[in-house]
Design a protein around this ligand. Structure first.
Ligand SMILES: [Zn+2]
Length: 112
């Protein structure tokens, strides 16, 4: 299988991605670049996961950040170092990755 990135001991394979990976061409490199610093948590969602309907347990990785005027991704930590003026021009962009604990399928969810 083709590994896209890994976060701690979790591996994310292209074959287990539930959407069309090409739609996330701009987001995947951001995750790959930050992957060494990222961590995951365990959450339970309301109702079972659609992928396998076996569990409501998921791993979640959250990358809080922003897009600047040129659509470059800036992490929350980086944004805090900016001047107030450049901070004003940022728009919210949070990347969330959910991975099913039963079947390992995963999705990316963007909050803008
Ligand atoms: Zn599943």
């Amino acid at each position: 299988m083709k590994k896209i990135f890994e976060i701690k001991d979790l591996k994310f394979y292209e074959e287990e991605f539930l959407d069309n990976i090409e739609d996330y061409d701009d987001v995947i490199p951001i995750i790959q670049e930050l992957s060494l610093e990222l961590n995951y948590e365990e959450i339970e969602t309301v109702g079972n996961n659609d992928c396998c309907n076996m569990t409501n347990k998921n791993y979640i990785v959250e990358i809080p950040g922003f897009l600047d005027k040129e659509d470059n991704f800036i992490t929350k930590d980086e944004a805090e170092k900016l001047t107030e003026e450049s901070e004003m021009s940022l728009s919210l962009f949070v990347i969330r990755i959910y991975k099913c604990r039963e079947c390992n399928k995963w999705i990316i969810d963007i909050l803008e």
